[in-house]
Each structure stands twice: as structure tokens, then as C-alpha cells.
Design a protein around this ligand. Structure first.
Ligand code: HEC
Ligand code: HEC
Length: 124
């Protein structure tokens, strides 16, 4: 039990450090205290980027599968991991689905299918 608690503490600390890194940086990409985004192909470069990323972690339930690192290398702009490449295709697919709703609202999210799992059920 104590071991598990310690692991949780270490994991949260690691997450904190990762978030802190994301807030740092600056330079081009506009906005104070925001790291420059260099490889966005489907998502807009706005203040929602990190909350969107957090929704991926929750939607796919990868908190204990590396969290952000389920898709990312240390350099988040890298496309080396196939999970990230797959996720990018999924983002386009979800945008496409939502664009077909008459009210233009975001009805379908990663969670709609994934429900906290990396492998959505495709049969009852
Ligand atoms: C399910 C996969 C997935 C997870 C989990 C994920 N990301 Fe991402 N991330 C992506 C994809 C895909 C892109 C590229 C989006 C695009 O091309 O518009 C991206 C892009 C980024 C970028 C922009 C990099 C650049 O400069 O091009 C940052 C920063 C980032 N993610 C941070 C995070 C953080 C922080 C977390 C954890 C809270 C996280 N990501 C979790 C898939 C993921
Ligand atoms: C319409 C249903 C649906 C939606 C919505 C959806 N996915 Fe998926 N996703 C799937 C299915 C089905 C698979 C498994 C595909 C396979 O069997 O290869 C999958 C697989 C994945 C994988 C690969 C997982 C692995 O183990 O490597 C990633 C990453 C992923 N999805 C990310 C996302 C993200 C991010 C979103 C939201 C932007 C999203 N998905 C939305 C159905 C969906």
C-alpha cells in the first residue's frame, strides 16, 4: 500500500514537472509564457492546447500508461511515436464527424468511443 502511494506521489511529481516545462519557454508562437508550437497539423495553436491534451489522457485512460508520454517523446513536436500519428488521424476524424452535425457543436469526443480505454469496444 505504501509502495503504491509512493508511486502515485512520484507520478504526480513527474506530471507537475512536465506541465511546468510546457508553461515555460516563449519566443515565437505568440503569447507570454507559452512554448512555441512547431508541429501542429490539425489543432489550432491556442490556449486550449494543453487542456485538449489532458482530455486525451483522460479520454483514452492513459494516466498509468505514461500519461502524455503515451503519445509523446520528450520533444513533444516529434512524430516518432505511432500513437501520436494515430491520434492525429483520430483528431481529423472527430472533426469530420462533428462537422456533419447540423448545429456545428462538438458532440463527439475521444471519450465517446474510447471511454477511458486505448482499445474501444467494437462489438457488444
Ligand atoms: C493520445 C495521444 C496524445 C496524448 C496522450 C497527448 N498528446 Fe500532445 N499531441 C498529440 C498530437 C496528435 C499532437 C499534434 C497535433 C497536431 O498535429 O495538430 C500533439 C501536440 C502536442 C504539443 C505541441 C507540440 C509542437 O510543438 O508541435 C504539445 C506541447 C503537447 N502535445 C503536449 C501534451 C501534453 C502536455 C500532454 C499530456 C497532458 C499530451 N500532449 C498528451 C497527441 C497526444
Ligand atoms: C468513432 C470512434 C472513435 C473516436 C471518436 C476516437 N477513436 Fe481513437 N480509436 C478508435 C478505434 C476503434 C481504435 C482502434 C483501432 C484499431 O483497432 O487499430 C482507436 C485507436 C486509437 C489509438 C491507438 C491506440 C493504441 O493502443 O495504439 C489512439 C492513439 C487513438 N485512438 C486516439 C484517439 C483520440 C486522441 C481521439 C479523439 C481526438 C480518438 N481516438 C477518437 C475509435 C475512435
Amino acid at each position: 500500500m505504501r509502495k503504491i502511494l509512493l508511486m502515485v506521489a512520484v507520478a504526480s511529481l513527474a506530471a507537475l514537472v512536465m506541465f511546468a516545462q510546457d508553461k515555460g519557454g516563449g519566443g515565437k508562437g505568440g503569447g507570454k509564457g507559452k512554448a512555441p508550437r512547431v508541429n501542429l497539423k490539425v489543432l489550432p495553436d491556442d490556449a486550449n492546447l494543453i487542456p485538449t491534451m489532458q482530455s486525451f489522457v483522460a479520454g483514452l485512460g492513459v494516466m498509468d500508461k505514461g500519461g502524455c508520454n503515451f503519445c509523446h517523446e520528450m520533444d513533444r513536436s516529434s512524430d516518432a511515436k505511432q500513437e501520436k500519428v494515430m491520434a492525429r488521424m483520430m483528431i481529423s476524424m472527430v472533426k469530420d464527424i462533428n462537422s456533419k452535425f447540423p448545429d456545428g457543436k462538438e458532440h463527439v469526443t475521444c471519450f465517446t468511443c474510447h471511454r477511458g480505454s486505448t482499445a474501444p469496444a467494437t462489438a457488444p
